[in-house]
Design a protein around this ligand. Structure first.
Ligand code: FAD
Length: 280
């Protein structure tokens, strides 16, 4: 596959204000020029962004004409709430979902939904809606932070595939080897669905370090040291980040990955530069 035909997708989160929503439309319109296969919009666990996710999905698809798909997490929602939302999505003509467990928001320590893990959500969606939705699930080349170990996490991934997932998007990573190892081990288990690398552009070291600690993505020492050394020099961080992520993507593409999914953090510039560097 040449890079110009490689499927790409861009992830956003719902804005909190009307001004943020307007800015997001501009960001999405700029990224739409890259002809993505789809945009996706995150969902706060426990339904905390239920309405905003829906509004963002419908708004962005109207403004940009790009198919826009909601994420759906099950950790704090009841079956009834999930059923109602699935129905609403079907009525709106949405035919793809990113199905997740989600993370319990802080302050909701004792709160549980009826479904505990993403494989149960995938099964539930299949029971309720058959083959209506293309289902994306999450995969973790460097293991999910709560996983007992790599093997258990891989088996969990297989449970989601066996439950009916069509495709996977990975947590972001900076080590191509971690992705290749995970993909090859998944293939050896008989998993055939596409495992699309999730790509995180580097633009802000403090934020990246915080995210990476929380989600278990490792920032290699040589990248960390370089970013630390740049301090407040935003320009150098951006330039270095674009170079590192472009090279990572080039390695992945050369190895035949089935697509690239960019965590845009609602910003167009860094993602846009990387796409241009890759001639996507
Ligand atoms: P699961 O696949 O259920 O796995 C969660 C943990 O439980 C893993 O450690 C797994 O090994 C373990 N596990 C699974 N099944 C079992 C079992 N039967 N017994 C014991 N252990 C088990 N979060 C949001 O809140 N909203 C979003 O929109 C969102 N979008 C995301 C998009 C992508 C592409 C990715 C990679 C992550 C996203 N996340 C989002 C974060 C995600 O919700 C968290 O990583 C969450 O902690 C795990 O979700 P999951 O679907 O991978 O869970």
């Amino acid at each position: 596959m040449t890079t110009s035909t490689l499927p790409i997708s861009f992830e956003f989160f719902p804005a909190k204000t009307a001004e943020g929503a307007k800015k997001l439309e501009i960001t999405a319109s700029q990224l739409a020029e890259n002809k993505p296969e789809f945009f996706s919009v995150t969902y706060g666990a426990g339904g905390s962004t239920r309405d905003r996710t829906l509004e963002t999905v419908t708004g962005l698809s109207q403004v940009t004409g790009v198919s826009t798909v909601p994420h759906l997490s099950c950790i704090g929602d009841t079956r009834q709430e999930l059923r109602a939302l699935l129905k609403q999505y079907q009525q709106l003509g949405i035919n793809r979902l990113v199905a997740l467990r989600g993370d319990r928001p802080s302050g909701m320590g004792g709160f549980h939904g009826e479904l505990q893990y993403a494989n149960e959500l995938v099964s539930f969606i299949r029971e309720e809606t058959g083959d209506h939705f293309i289902l994306e699930v999450a995969a973790y080349p460097e293991s999910h932070p709560q996983a007992q170990n790599f093997e258990q996490d891989l088996l969990n991934f297989k449970r989601k595939v066996d439950a009916g997932a069509n495709s996977a998007i990975t947590q972001y990573f900076f080590s191509a080897e971690a992705y290749f190892y995970f993909r090859d081990r998944a293939t050896a288990l008989g998993i055939e669905i596409p495992i699309v690398p999730g790509i995180m552009p580097i633009t802000n070291y403090t934020r990246l370090a915080r995210f990476s600690d929380a989600c278990g993505a490792e920032i290699p020492r040589w990248i960390r040291k370089q970013l630390e050394a740049y301090g407040d020099d935003v320009q150098s961080i951006r330039q270095f980040g674009e170079e590192v992520i472009t090279k990572l993507c080039e390695r992945l593409v050369a190895d035949g990955v089935p697509g690239l999914h960019f965590y845009t953090l609602n910003q167009a510039a860094a993602t846009q530069t990387i796409c241009q560097n890759l001639k996507l």
